[in-house]
Design a binder for this molecule. Sequence first.
Ligand SMILES: [Zn+2]
Length: 79
Amino acid sequence: MASKAATELKRESRAVTRLIEAGSSTECSVCEKVLKFRARQRDYQIICNVYDDGDWVRVEHFHDECYLDAEQPFGPPVD
Ligand SMILES: [Zn+2]
């Protein structure tokens, strides 16, 4: 039986939801459009840390709708 600590040490790809920040010039991995900050609009992005076999590979960014359209490739985002 695996201990809780061992489970937490296992590094897997994960997704978080974040507000798009002013000055952002990151592109969405799905539609390749910039995740554009709009004043007075609270737009969200999904940021995924991608791990391959426990090793960190890259960060990917998505529009929240694009991430849903892609069927949440890195799992459901957490806040
Ligand atoms: Zn997009």
